[in-house]
Unconditional design. Structure first.
Length: 194
């Protein structure tokens, strides 16, 4: 194991003092900046997209599309999410927004359409206050399940979160992506009934 020689520190030059008139001008400029209206923070990337669409991933051997359909109108909480971005996506959701139900690990395909039926609330599977979830209910089956390989093969979907952020369990879906996946699955996105 070799050790590198410690780098010599460059000598710092003392800062030059500004003439009094420049200092007061700088203070005035700072005061003007503070008084000027602040630019708003960049918007949530999901918020400008209305209606918003989502994709919910679930391992079918843990909780499948058929399990959600059995829950009926009351739906089920989308619990167990322990990723901040996925949690924040759920916090951004509104009642009535639609999402794809995606079987991960086994199947790797969009198998149904679900709807948010309860806003974000504490996840009942943990005492940790950081984790929240929404409730979702089944709306309709995807007539032709849309496989991940087909999504990846579609140039129209190359920027979809399912392709670019594959490990994220709750993802936003853009309106054009929503329409494309619905068409691939044999659904008219304008005729999906809640």
């Amino acid at each position: 194991m070799s050790k590198a020689k410690p780098a010599k520190k460059a000598a710092k030059k003392p800062a030059a003092k500004k003439p009094a008139s420049k200092q007061s001008a700088a203070k005035k400029a700072t005061a003007k900046q503070a008084a000027a209206p602040k630019k708003s923070a960049p918007p949530n990337p999901v918020s400008p997209i209305r209606p918003a669409f989502w994709l919910f991933k679930s391992e079918p051997d843990v909780f499948s599309w058929d399990d959600l359909k059995k829950k009926g109108k009351r739906g089920e909480q989308w619990d167990g999410v322990r990723n901040y971005q996925a949690r924040n996506n759920m916090r951004a959701m509104e009642i009535g927004e639609l999402g794809f139900f995606y079987h991960s690990n086994i199947g790797l395909e969009v198998v149904g359409i679900c709807e948010v039926c309860k806003l974000a609330h504490p996840d009942s599977t943990t005492d940790d206050e950081r984790w929240e979830c929404v409730d979702v209910r089944a709306v309709c089956d995807m007539p032709i399940p849309v496989k991940l390989v087909d999504v990846k093969a579609s140039p129209a979907l190359e920027k979809m979160s399912l392709v670019t952020s594959m490990r994220l369990s709750v993802q936003p879906v853009l309106a054009d992506e929503w329409a494309e996946v619905c068409h691939m699955g044999g659904l008219d996105p304008k005729k999906i009934r809640k």
